[in-house]
Design a protein around this ligand. Structure first.
Ligand code: ADP
Length: 665
């Protein structure tokens, strides 16, 4: 955290060092005060220790001298209990005290320090000299008692010296006492000064301390406030940072989007360039088309007119204006461009029906093209009309004269009608022929049989009657060879005719019977067909495979007939060289269900692929199995009626595939 500039606050590091300084100072002051006290105390003690033994020593000199005087007085007054040596000892003691005062040393009153003051030392030396005189005078008085009596010169001398000693000792004591007093006075002054200094120092330090503490506290409070501000700022900073990060992410995302957009833009640009080129090419094409269109417009055989629709206040079409017409339009309608262009239909044809304006208005306003046929009574022509919207609010009409086509259609309808009438008539004829011709045929057959019987009778009679041999021979030849032979031909012919008539009837029925078309389950239908021919299949040991078949629409009976004929043919026209195999499959193709009956039989030559569907057509009537050449005709007829188709693909001696197509479900 940066604390260099914090709005006038001391820097914490500075404060700390200052506080430390204050504490050190306070400590120093306390140490100084303590040391001073100690010093004062020690000084006091020292003074006392130094001066007291000196005073004592001075007092001792006085005392010992006094004792020596008293002992000596007692001695010379005749009290023999005293010994002179005692006097000498006492003087010696006094002298030793004086010497101790000069030299220092241990005494009974304590340790005495040697005196430094020269004046005082001189006083002490004087005391020593006085003590020496006192000893000498005392010696003289002791040795010459006679001369030392009361009132003697010696005694006076003695008293003088003695007094000098006492005075000197007392003066010494006084000096020492003065000294001690002076020492004490100095000591007290020093003590007072020191205490005052200490107190002052203490107060100063306390003030400084207080000042700094206050300042420190104020700073601390400010620091605290600042800290809070700082925390708030930090939070703001953090929030701002987060916002910044979010912003950065957004920026990054925006950047990516920008890059993507740029790429897209580049791609669009490229597309734009490509589109531009395409546009240029299209423009060129358009110009070419315009040219072509103009050419087409002018050269086309269809009439073409471009109009703009006119609407009333409510927006409903109420008129339309011719903008352009082509030459074919002029030719087909007889109207000229100069007369119609720019005019409205109501100006050209005031009686026009509203129907036309509504119809074309719808095209121009909705863009829904319309196609219709129209008969124009005025022109007595049929037109095929297409109206479309080339531009919003406009419509173009393309029309063709279909009068000829209409006429042809009407003719075709008429012919179809007469064809169907004729067809019905033919069917009736076929039916009648096949049905009604049966009874005369039966008659012919019957009478042929009867004639045969008559021939037999005639032969028998010829055997019994007498007739010439030649006649008999001739008649026998007639009745036993020629007539039976003719009768056989008649019988075979009638049989054939009968079969043909039956076939005709069959075919006629297939084409005329009512059909009931519905959804057929072809698998089921084919299963029943196979079941019906199962005996033949088993007999031939043929292999019949039925695959999945799609359903279709048809009449169940007739479609059953179709597949019965095809399956029966597939088995019938199998090859002797291999085991018969029939596969039936189917599929849906476009809007039809296509089925196939596939065999590995004799196959059909290309030349006969169409003919086999003709009535009574057989490829090899003599060598092929029984048949009438009707099965495929019936198949074809049934499929015609079902809007279906039959065709064959085949290879001789390999097999055939008969395809059937029927409407799918
Ligand atoms: P039919 O079988 O009674 O002769 P169809 O009309 O069914 O009459 O057949 C016509 C002819 O087509 C047959 O005589 C036969 O020669 C030929 N044909 C029909 N189906 C097949 C087949 N699956 N394989 C080979 N030839 C066939």
């Amino acid at each position: 955290m940066d604390t260099r500039d914090n709005g006038g606050l001391k820097q914490p590091a500075d404060d700390r060092s200052k506080l430390l300084l204050i504490y050190v100072l306070a400590g120093l002051v306390a140490a100084v005060v303590l040391l001073s006290m100690t010093y004062i105390l020690l000084t006091g003690i020292r003074i006392a220790a130094r001066r007291t033994p000196q005073i004592e020593a001075a007092a001792e000199i006085n005392l010992e001298a006094t004792h020596a005087h008293l002992r000596f007085e007692e001695l010379i007054s005749g009290d023999k209990t005293e010994d002179i040596s005692e006097v000498w000892r006492l003087i010696d003691i006094a002298d030793s005290y004086a010497r101790t005062l000069l030299e220092g040393g241990e005494t009974e009153v304590g340790k005495v320090l040697p005196l430094r003051d020269a004046h005082v030392r001189q006083s002490v030396e004087e005391i020593q000299s006085q003590l020496a005189q006192f000893r000498r005078i005392t010696q003289q008085r002791y040795e010459t008692p006679a001369e030392s009596g009361i009132g003697s010169e010696m005694e006076q001398e003695y008293d003088k010296v003695y007094t000098q000693v006492l005075l000197k000792a007392s003066a010494m004591k006084t000096i020492f006492q003065k000294k001690i007093r002076a020492d004490l006075t100095r000591f007290r002054i020093a003590q007072t000064v020191l205490i005052a200094l200490a107190v002052g120092l203490f107060i100063t330090v306390a003030f400084v301390f207080d000042f700094f503490i206050r300042r420190h506290l104020r700073d601390e409070r400010r620091l605290h406030a600042f800290n809070q501000q700082l925390q708030a700022s930090e939070q703001q900073l953090r929030a701002a940072n987060q916002q910044l990060q979010a912003g950065e992410q957004q920026l990054r995302a925006a950047n990516q989007q920008l890059t993507a957009s740029e790429q897209q833009l580049r791609a669009y640009n490229q597309q734009l360039q490509a589109s531009k080129q395409q546009l240029r090419a299209s423009n060129q094409q358009l110009a070419a088309r315009e040219k072509e269109y103009r050419l087409l417009f002018n050269e086309m055989i269809s009439g073409l007119a471009v109009h703009e629709i006119i609407c009333d206040d409510k927006g409903n079409p109420c008129d339309y204006r011719f903008l352009d017409i082509n030459p074919a339009f002029e030719k087909l309608t007889g109207l000229k461009k100069k007369d119609v262009a720019g005019n409205t239909i109501r100006q050209i044809m005031p009686t026009i029906e509203a129907f036309w304006i509504d119809t074309y208005g719808k095209v121009a306003l909705t863009g829904e093209a319309t196609h219709f046929e129209h008969y124009n009574r005025t022109l007595a022509k049929h037109f095929d009309v297409i109206a479309y919207m080339p531009k919003p609010g406009q419509f173009a009409v393309i029309f063709n004269d279909i009068t000829e086509r209409k006429r042809a259609e009407a003719e075709m309808q008429r012919l179809n009608k007469s064809l169907s009438v004729k067809n019905k008539e033919l069917q009736g004829i076929v039916y009648i022929a096949s049905h009604d011709l049966r009874s005369p045929l039966v008659n012919i057959q019957g009478f042929s049989g009867e004639l045969n019987g008559h021939c037999r009778d005639l032969r028998r009679l010829l055997d019994t009657r007498d007739i010439s041999d030649e006649l008999r021979k001739e008649m026998i030849s007639l009745v036993s060879r020629d007539i039976p032979e003719a009768l056989e031909f008649i019988s075979a012919g009638t049989e054939k005719m009968k079969a043909l008539l039956a076939g005709l009837l069959h075919v006629s029925r297939a084409g005329s019977v009512d059909i009931d078309v519905k959804e057929l389950d072809m698998k089921e239908l084919l299963e029943s067909v196979i079941a019906a021919t199962q005996f033949q299949i088993d007999d031939m040991k043929a292999k019949v495979t039925l695959e999945d078949l799609p359903p279709c629409l048809g009449d169940a009976d007739q479609i059953n007939q179709v597949f019965s004929n095809l399956v029966s043919n597939a088995l019938k026209y199998s090859s002797q060289d291999r085991e018969a195999a029939v596969r039936i499959w189917g599929e849906v193709s476009d809007d039809s269900a296509v089925y196939c009956v596939e065999d590995n039989g004799l196959g059909i030559h290309d030349d006969h692929k169409e003919k086999i569907f003709e009535i009574f057509h057989r490829l090899d009537p003599k060598n092929s199995p029984d048949g009438e050449g009707l099965g495929l005709t019936i198949v074809s007829r049934i499929l015609d009626r079902h809007d279906g188709r039959v065709w064959v693909e085949s290879e001789p001696d390999k097999g055939s595939r008969f395809f059937i197509s029927l409407p799918k479900v």
